[in-house]
Design a protein. Structure first.
Ligand code: ADP
Ligand code: ZN
Ligand code: ZN
Length: 697
């Protein structure tokens, strides 16, 4: 059927709309439209009493509804249809993550393209109010003149051959921080971009923490147009950038997880940098893994995908061991004279036995090393992954703790000014001034227990009064530009000690840090989450990787304090033995059948009362298990309260679905979806969702 030989009012389009209803909606193509409908077109329709945008999913010549009553499509966005690979990926994700297609697809379109009254404005050239990032930055070129070493050249060649063969391949680019991974994939992409039509995508965890990134990537590709896609840009910029990628005007798309669904007609390569990073997993709405979707998209397009990391996720590493992914490894630090740091695991129990003091949890040994480093004019990092002053306030008389009334968590003490402290819940955001007396017993002697970044900062500035100390955590980097100015102070050498959370660990190329001290990392050894040790290892490797990045840093040292030096993350950290560590946890998981040796989905239920949440999941579970099509291979756990049972006044329950077969897991969650919907009609107040491939259990 062609558009020309049909009377236009008979053409029906099925449209995806952002609605919780799991269906498409039929509309008639408007007889006044000059163009025929196409899959992927963005259209405006009326829906209920509102007007909204939708995406054409199918073009039909009939409908089950009354043709007379069917509404017409009101307008077509002045854009090409969304690229077919993105359409296919959205359809796949809708099934895989068990969400309506509209909920998957529509939010991936920038907000202003979702508002018809903005379409005209978006068509117009924006006045250039700001200079672009590249001209704003006057700093050195990011190594355009550097000659690659042999390992790097070999990898570029290998990737380039994959590009030429126009076949899908997934590559794990593995190498310690500073081994030259970034420069390697940039050089490969540059070869691809010699063809003016080609587009490439680079995904990174969090752009706002690496302000130099945009300009350094831009400078790596002179004469090419780069656009960014992340949550830190305005709606207008996001709409413009998306359009540039979508129309093929931009060759490089650099962004966070949201970038994965950017429509791009000539995409020839996808890089996911720091592929193990948890921020690739969306934690609300459609809970997708952008890394996994990137691999899917690459496969669909028959193009190479590169997953880069110093500490790959076990899933990715295992794929590579099993030869499903290619391993490309870089073994040495690339920059001239940059030496990997000496990693010391400091046994705090031994220290104590030997009568050595520690102050605020920092050992005498580490304090002496700090002192020496400051005297030599070198920079040091103290890593503590907890922001605030103290994790909890305590009454020594009766044992009262500053618990949040809405969450099963302590409220954290924060220093606001020298005199003033607040209590703040990191889960629901509630904040209040510190009380003077214990609410339970009236005692006035309330004291902070434990330490966070603020307390360590306070202590270190008393201990080293001449040193310049900077603190980097979510509190000091909240306002726009603050992270940028803190990081440039570090780069300019204006800091002797940097106290920070894991924010300091990400991707920063500090040139003169030669001492890293890790205090208080043991807590995660006791987490019930089976991925906790993998995460701890990755985090500490990342932090350790900040030391000794250049000749300037000289001999560098990483000191990790612990009460459990034999715990496996520390055992392997000593020799920075990433493969050894991954091999060990792989064997552990294999023994008990955890991912990647099984596939999981977590069913969540939440309600004001725990019993309601639990009962709703139990109802669905019983129905699902007694259905004769329930796969024998799929295991459904008991319904249990979540480890952190209450957040913001909601009680939370969960049950885990597990199977060794991906297909059987898929079948079982489709069955569950059905019965959860049914069970929900009886307990309407209970919120629920299914999370595929959960990363914390
Ligand atoms: P990674 O991404 O593995 O952390 P980068 O690509 O950022 O590593 O490289 C780390 C540092 O080494 C950068 O300053 C980079 O310019 C430099 N570098 C990379 N490759 C080379 C090389 N072949 N020769 C000299 N310096 C290099
Ligand atoms: Zn008390
Ligand atoms: Zn709370």
């Amino acid at each position: 059927m062609s558009f020309e030989d049909k009377s236009p009012e008979k053409i029906i389009v099925q449209v995806a709309i952002d609605s919780p209803l799991n269906q498409l909606f039929d509309y008639a193509w408007h007889e006044d439209f000059a163009t025929a409908p196409q899959k992927g077109q963005i259209v405006q329709v009326s829906f209920g009493r509102q007007e909204c945008i939708g995406v054409v999913m199918q073009v039909l010549d009939k409908t089950d509804y009354d043709l007379e009553k069917i509404k017409k499509v009101q307008a077509i966005a002045p854009l090409q249809p969304i690229s077919s690979d993105v359409m296919a990926m959205a359809e796949f994700a809708a099934i895989y993550y068990q969400r309506p297609i509209g909920e998957v697809l529509i939010p991936s379109i920038p907000k202003m393209w979702r508002q018809k009254n903005k379409w005209e404005l978006l068509g117009k050239e924006k006045r250039l109010s700001k200079t672009s990032a590249a001209t704003k930055n006057t700093k050195a070129q990011p190594g355009n003149e550097i000659s690659l070493n042999e390992e790097q050249l070999f990898i570029v060649e290998k990737l380039w051959n994959q590009s030429i063969s126009k076949k899908f391949s997934c590559n794990l680019l593995q190498g310690i921080t500073g081994s030259g991974k970034t420069l390697t994939y940039l050089r490969w992409l540059k070869k691809i971009l010699d063809d003016d039509e080609s587009q490439v995508m680079i995904m990174v965890p969090e752009i706002n923490l690496t302000p130099q990134l945009e300009s350094s990537v831009e400078q790596a590709f002179p004469g090419k147009k780069l656009v960014v896609m992340h949550s830190g840009i305005t709606d207008r910029t996001r709409a413009d950038n998306w359009e540039k990628a979508h129309s093929g005007k931009a060759q490089i798309i650099l962004g966070t997880r949201m970038a994965v669904a950017t429509s791009a007609p000539n995409l020839k390569a996808i890089v996911v940098d720091e592929e193990h990073d948890l921020s690739y997993k969306q934690q609300e709405g459609v809970r997708y893994s952008a890394r996994d979707l990137a691999v899917w998209r690459g496969k669909k397009l028959n193009i190479p995908v590169v997953l880069a990391s110093a500490t790959p996720s076990l899933e990715t590493w295992f794929h590579a061991q099993e030869k499903r992914y290619e391993i490309l490894s870089l073994k040495e630090r690339a920059a001239k004279n940059a030496k990997p740091p000496l990693i010391q695991i400091l046994d705090l129990k031994q220290e104590q036995k030997a009568g050595k003091k520690n102050e605020h949890g920092i050992s005498e040994y580490l304090l002496n090393e700090l002192q020496k480093n400051i005297e030599q004019g070198r920079q040091s990092i103290i890593y503590i992954n907890r922001r605030g002053y103290s994790p909890v306030l305590n009454c020594q008389a009766c044992g009262w703790l500053s618990d949040c009334v809405k969450c099963s968590a302590h409220m954290v003490l924060h220093k606001i000014t020298e005199q003033k402290k607040n209590l703040c819940c990191h889960h629901c955001g509630v904040m209040r001034p510190v009380q003077k007396v214990c609410p339970d017993c009236g005692n006035t002697d309330l004291s902070p227990l434990g330490k966070g970044t603020q307390k360590i900062e306070e202590f270190l500035s008393e201990r080293f009064p001449k040193a310049k100390i900077l603190r980097i955590d979510a509190d000091t980097t909240r306002t726009k530009g603050s992270a940028e100015s803190l990081f440039s102070e570090i780069h300019d050498g204006d800091a002797d000690i940097i106290v920070g959370t894991q924010m300091i660990a990400k991707g920063h190329d500090y040139q003169s840090v030669s001492l890293v001290g890790v205090i208080d990392a043991d807590a995660s050894l006791f987490s019930q989450d089976f991925r906790a040790s993998e995460r701890l290892f990755a985090q500490l490797m990342q932090v350790a990787g900040r030391a000794g990045r250049s000749e300037e840093a000289g001999e560098s040292k990483v000191i990790i304090q612990t009460n459990y030096p034999e715990a496996s993350p520390y055992k392997y950290l000593r020799h920075a033995d990433v493969d050894g560590f991954l091999e060990e946890i792989k064997n552990e998981r294999q023994l008990v059948g955890l991912p990647p040796f099984s596939y999981q989905a977590l069913v969540h239920g939440e309600h004001k009362t725990l019993v309601q949440a639990i009962d709703m999941l139990k109802d669905a579970s019983q129905l699902a298990k007694s259905d004769k099509i329930w796969p024998a291979n799929a295991m459904l756990s008991d319904v249990i309260p979540r480890a952190m049972v209450r957040i913001a006044g909601k009680e939370r329950a969960q049950m885990l679905v597990e199977s060794e077969s991906r297909q059987d897991l898929q079948k079982s969650i489709e069955i569950l979806q059905h019965y959860l919907t049914e069970a929900h009609t009886k307990r309407k107040g209970v919120g629920w969702y299914i999370e595929r491939d959960p990363i914390s259990i």
